[in-house]
Each structure stands twice: as C-alpha cells, then as structure tokens.
Design a protein around this ligand. Structure first.
Ligand SMILES: [Ca+2]
Ligand SMILES: [Ca+2]
Ligand SMILES: [Ca+2]
Ligand SMILES: [Ca+2]
Length: 271
C-alpha cells in the first residue's frame, strides 16, 4: 500500500462522532441542585451558567459554567470538590458496545481566576459506565452507585484567566453498558476557605464539554471482529450520502471510494 492509503486509514481511526451531551456548552440552563436520575441534564453541587465573568470569557458560545461550592449553596458541602454529572443513554450504540468496539471520548475546557496562592488550582473529569437504568444512578442524595468502569483525569490549571485548558478522558466501554455518567468538577485543593461566610471557589469555570462515541476499529463495519469481504460488501451496499452510518468508515458523511480504500488498508483482524 502507498503512504497515501496508510494516511487515510490513520485518519479513519481518529474519527469521532457527534456530541452526546445536552448543553455541553452551558448555553441554555443552569444545572439542577441534585444528582441526575434521568439523561440529558447537568446536576449536583451548586453551579450556574453565566456570561463573561471575573475576566474570563466563555470558551465557546455566549455562556459557560461557574462552579460555586462543594455542596448546595449556604448549606456547606463535602469540602473536597464541586461536582456536576450528566447521564447519557447509550441505546443508539448498543450493537457497537456488545461487540466490544465502543470507545468514549470526553473533552472539557477549564479555566479559573488568579487571586494568589490560596486559589484552588485543580479540575477533574470522569467517565463512568453503568448497566441498568439511569434511575438507579444515585443510591442516596449524595452518593452514586458503583460503576462497571471508571476513567478519570485531573488537570492542574495555569493562573492565566485568558487561557482555557482542555482535558481528554478516553475509555473503552464495557459490554453490558446501558448508560454513561459524565462528571466534571473543580477540586478544593487549597483547604483554607471552608467557613460558611466565604466562597469556596472564587472563579472556576468549565465550557465546551463534549462526549463522543466511536469504534476502536472503524473499518470493521459489520462488527464481527475482522475486516474482510463482508465489510466491503456493506460499503458498496450503502454507497452514497450516509451519515451517520457505520459503512462511512472515514466519517466524512459520504460512503465512497475513500471508505473502500480504508477497508482494504485495514484488511485482517481487528481487536
Ligand atoms: Ca458555552
Ligand atoms: Ca487558564
Ligand atoms: Ca467485519
Ligand atoms: Ca466516507
């Protein structure tokens, strides 16, 4: 195969789908003050959707999220982190997950003010996979159920409010997963401001949170664990405009010659 064909195959492997989160940019509503039990809404610790604030501009759109406290406002929290969760139904990806080929990619932008050495500096993002129904996510008002898998990244931000830092969390989704719990948080890593009359977080923001689901092996169109004749047949069957569809191997919105080339380049086993 030529260098060109190899390049096309690598591009296909890096392809991503559309954002599975509702209001990942915090443009429409502020989060609820409770753990979510249904999909499609942010909730838990005190936080608000806001326009530009304290010298920080949204990373995208008109608004961003501001973390306010590690619990409900005025009631004190766990003193550890301000956390938000959103649940995502994976029913549309059931076939991909059952085949063991599904990969979740969570990205989030974080930024904060700089007031001095007492300013909290860390943020975190987590992906958790669950079986069962989203109604069983919370086991109490403040605790969530144990998950099938967990992937977490912690970020140390710089002290420049004009720059956003981005984290990426990747996880292979276990077979049997019914929904994902997406978490973003601001950590109270400077334990100096826990008195009720002082703000726990002095200007800590998140924006542009995205969750995409894709396949480990895009050229295995029929998800049988290998790339071969049947994958090529599926590509030829679905020739033309087709988005989203699994035979669009390079995820450019069209099933065509570049997808045939991607299948032929990846010919063989696929694990
Ligand atoms: Ca936004
Ligand atoms: Ca920054
Ligand atoms: Ca196949
Ligand atoms: Ca294509």
């Amino acid at each position: 195969m030529s260098t060109l064909l190899v390049t096309i195959a690598l591009t296909a492997a890096a392809a991503t789908g559309s954002n599975e989160l509702l209001d990942g940019g915090f443009e429409t509503t502020s989060p609820r003050a409770s753990l979510p039990t249904v999909t499609g809404a942010w909730g838990f610790d005190a936080a608000v959707a806001t326009g530009p604030a304290l010298g920080v501009e949204p990373l995208e759109g008109e608004r961003m999220l501001q973390f306010l406290a590690t619990g409900p406002l005025g009631a004190g929290g766990d003193g550890i982190s301000a956390d938000l969760w959103q649940l995502v139904d994976l029913a549309p990806h059931r076939e991909l997950i059952a085949a063991g080929h599904a990969v979740a990619r969570l990205q989030a932008g974080f930024n904060r003010v700089h007031l001095g050495p007492a300013t909290d500096t860390q943020f975190t993002a987590t992906l958790r996979a669950y079986d069962g129904t989203s109604a069983r996510f919370a086991v109490s008002r403040t605790r969530v159920r144990a998950s099938l898998s967990e992937a977490r990244v912690t970020l140390e931000t710089d002290d420049d409010p004009t720059t956003w830092e981005t984290v990426t969390v990747l996880d292979r989704i276990p077979a049997g997963t019914a929904f994902l719990a997406v978490h973003i948080g601001a950590l109270e890593n400077r334990q100096n401001d826990l008195r009720a009359e002082t703000l726990e977080l002095h200007g800590h923001f998140a924006d542009a949170v995205t969750l995409t689901i894709d396949t480990l092996c895009p050229a295995d169109v029929d998800l049988d664990g290998g790339v071969g004749l049947m994958d090529l047949v599926r590509v030829l069957d679905e020739w033309g405009v087709c988005a989203p569809c699994s035979s669009d191997v390079d995820r450019d919105g069209v099933v065509g010659l570049s997808d045939v080339i991607a299948v032929m380049t990846a010919w063989g086993s696929c694990r």
